[in-house]
Design a protein around this ligand. Structure first.
Ligand code: FEO
Length: 393
């Protein structure tokens, strides 16, 4: 990709990963980008360093603007390998002795990844670095989404380099929000639901801090996906809404099935929810990826989980999903369990235990049936759906 000048003497130098379909368990059907940026001032600074496999592409991009050895400073906003994997190659090209600015946690984490004695320059929260006409301000953003994460802000241009925050896993030739329009929002939502949801409280705190600091923002440049320049407040407002986790009158019925019995139960519950006007998603765990399901869970008021009992336990895909959802700590949900069994029937109890551990409000003990649902079981599922719908009112 050719570098793109996003503001005077500030360049996007990202690379597009069209082919990635799985990012540590998160499905990326649209690929992603790893964004890096170059600021050319009296001193030249590179912000972030893309994934290892794309390091030469980044160096190529830099060379189209300046001789790589002319870079004075490298800023590492985040240690995760998709933004730092290219560092060894980049540092080798620009000079191993060049100052490498990072957060205090970055100082711990970068050597643990690369075992290199680079010229680390840990920065204080709100510490500054002057490039000439411009000054960079660093803001620690611990756990957004690693302990080492930080933002870099250029006050003269009102640009925030936000690392993972406000990103989207979306590979495309468009570089800016105004080129994609609202079509980018589902990608941003999925990214939030699967990467940042558990840090919602920190996001609300951070947004409060940014407002308190009176930071003006003309542009937000995340490390993945498009740059927000037309309306940066749109993504900030979306983050506030998603972080608040106000439940909608929406239900997600997520299940797996062996011989269609649990599926038949799911269909009865979905039917009852639909009849009561609840916005309902029916998600079979071997048809929908867990990260797609989490995206729907984000703003749902109810999550109803179904599993057959397999070998005295949960069906493996259901265990996988519950473990994944538990880690992301969704809040303000009601829940229920259902499932069929042959002879022991532990699944409903096990789901309930997990939902309670997630602090979901359980709507009843759940519905279970031996082998194949009869009319009585279908009626019980239907009533469960109605009760959930009433609880969502
Ligand atoms: Fe895109 Fe936390 O790395």
């Amino acid at each position: 990709m050719k570098p793109i000048e996003i503001a005077k003497d500030i360049y996007w130098l990202g690379v597009i990963d069209w082919n990635i379909r799985d990012m540590h368990g998160y499905s990326t059907p649209y690929g992603t980008t790893y964004n890096a940026f170059l600021i050319v001032d009296e001193k030249i600074a590179l912000i972030d360093a893309v994934k290892k496999e794309f390091a030469d592409e980044l160096i190529d991009g830099i060379s189209q603007i300046v001789e790589p050895k002319k870079i004075d400073y490298v800023i590492s906003n985040h240690t995760e390998m998709d933004h730092s994997g290219g560092l060894p190659r980049v540092m080798h090209k620009i000079g191993e002795d060049k100052p490498l600015y990072c957060s205090k946690m970055g100082l711990k984490n970068l050597p643990r990844h690369f075992r290199q004695k680079w010229n680390y320059q840990p920065v204080e929260n709100r510490g500054e670095l002057t490039l000439g006409k411009r000054t960079l301000t660093f803001m620690e953003t611990r756990m957004l989404h690693w302990p080492d994460s930080m933002f870099t802000y250029v006050k003269e241009d009102k640009i925030l380099f936000s690392s993972d925050a406000f990103g989207q896993h979306y590979a495309g030739l468009e570089r800016f929000d105004d080129q994609v329009g609202d079509a980018i929002m589902p990608h941003a939502k999925k990214y939030f639901a699967n990467i940042l949801l558990l840090y919602s409280h920190l996001i609300l705190k951070l947004v409060g801090k940014v407002q308190e600091m009176g930071l003006s923002l003309d542009m937000i440049c995340p490390d993945h996906g498009i740059i927000w320049r037309q309306d940066p407040s749109k993504i900030i407002n979306a983050y506030v809404e998603w972080s608040t986790q106000t439940p909608k009158r929406k239900a997600v019925v997520v299940y797996d099935t062996m011989w269609h019995s649990t599926q038949t139960m799911a269909e009865a519950i979905v039917g009852a929810l639909g009849q009561k006007g609840v916005d309902t998603r029916s998600m079979h765990l071997r048809c929908c990826d867990r990260s797609e399901i989490m995206t729907e869970v984000l703003d749902a008021g109810a999550v109803i989980v179904g599993s057959p009992t397999l070998n005295n336990g949960l069906f493996p895909t259901v265990s996988d999903f519950l473990t994944y959802m538990k880690g992301l700590k969704p809040k303000n949900k009601i829940g229920a369990a259902f499932g069929s069994y042959g002879w022991s029937g532990e699944a409903v109890k096990l789901i309930n235990r997990e939902l309670e551990a997630m602090k979901f409000e359980l709507i009843g003990p759940g519905v279970k049936v031996q082998y194949v649902p009869n009319d009585q079981c279908i009626e019980a599922c239907y009533q469960l759906g109605q009760k959930i719908a009433d609880a969502l009112s």
